[in-house]
Ligand binder design. Structure first.
Ligand code: ADP
Ligand code: CP
Length: 312
């Protein structure tokens, strides 16, 4: 049966350069168009951690050098990342739709997401962005620029920035129009550009919202049947990266709470994915499903053959 599906695509699954990303999105587009062919309605949210870090670093470097480049504020870097990732994804999906003779179109909505100005995320940076560094490199950059770094799930050290929780998707009516019109939308890129409400209107703030939490919000607002979080691992594990690692096929909300307390899911990577799925499942008015798996395994996971299914 045709389902309304929100797909949250990991920023790391998009590669670490525009050239690599353009290649990788071709496979992503094929998997997504296969789902569209089966009649499913698709909304795509995506990450931007590596990309927004790269843009921010490049713009900062250029503005400090001799080239005539102004300082680029962080929210603008986030909007730039939505634009170029969305451009690659929509081009690849539209090419694939045309090749398969499907009369639909995919478009990116530059999306703002309201956050609370007093969110505790502003005083405790947790969102890893940009490239991975060695411990020594990260300490050197930290001294030079005052950035905070953390060790990211055994993969190296990364800069972390504030990550407030998503409160409201500003462009949700337009997103609904696109979906109700039978087309495909790319939205809440990088979790959405974070904005706060002021007396003068919306105002961008320097932070990166977790795209899994924004995708769950989108799935709830648009009454989706399914939230699929696609990342680099096929299943969620307990004792991750340890000799006694156990991969989970099913994760109940009750077990998720227990494992969260025991510290099995890393902050800024697996924890927000599990929390996003939990939030969607618990608050959905429908008998909805949430799945965490890898891009390559998406179709199999929808058929219930792999991935971690999060259940009530
Ligand atoms: N308990 C866990 N189970 C599986 N993966 C985990 C776990 N804890 C941390 N991870 C790491 O989290 C990563 C996914 O987070 P991240 O790379 O931030 O996602 P994204 O694909 O959204 O960029 C996995 O590739 C893995 O390295
Ligand atoms: N914004 C965001 O959640 O990005 P990643 O998926 O790259 O962490």
């Amino acid at each position: 049966m045709a389902k309304r599906i929100v797909i949250a695509l990991g920023g790391n699954a998009l590669g670490d350069s525009p050239e690599k990303q353009l290649q990788l999105v071709k496979n992503t587009a094929k998997s997504i168009v296969d789902l569209i062919k089966e009649g499913h309605e698709i909304m795509i949210g995506h990450g931007n951690g590596p990309q927004v870090g790269m843009i921010n670093l490049a713009m900062e470097y250029a503005s400090q050098g001799n080239v005539n480049t102004p300082y680029m504020p962080f929210p603008e870097c986030g909007a730039m990342s939505q634009g170029y990732i969305g451009y690659h994804l929509q081009q690849a999906i539209n090419n694939e739709l045309k090749m398969q003779n499907i009369d639909k179109i995919c478009s990116t909505v530059i999306t703002e997401v309201v956050v609370n100005k007093d969110d505790e995320g502003f005083s405790n940076p947790t969102k890893p962005i940009g490239a991975f560094y060695s411990k020594e490199e990260s300490e050197k950059i930290s001294k030079e620029k005052g950035y905070t770094f953390i060790e990211d799930s055994g993969r190296g050290y990364r800069r972390v920035v504030a990550s407030p929780k998503p409160v409201e998707i500003v462009e949700s009516k337009i997103i609904k129009n696109i979906i109700d019109g039978g087309n495909i939308v790319i939205t809440v890129g990088g979790g959405g550009v974070p904005v706060i409400k002021t007396d003068l209107g919306l105002k961008g703030v320097p932070a990166v919202i977790d795209k899994d939490l924004s995708s769950a919000k989108l799935a709830l607002e648009l009454e989706a049947d399914m939230l699929i979080i696609l990342t680099a691992v096929e299943k969620v594990s307990i004792n991750y990266n340890k000799p006694n690692q156990i991969d989970l096929s099913i994760l109940t909300v009750e077990d998720a709470d227990k494992y969260i307390k025991e510290g099995h899911f890393a902050k800024g990577s697996m924890l927000p994915k599990v929390e996003a799925c939990k939030n969607f499942i618990v608050n959905s008015k429908k008998d909805s499903i949430a799945i965490i798996t890898s891009l390559e395994k998406a179709a199999e996971a929808i058929e219930g053959k792999t991935g971690t299914i999060i259940k009530k």
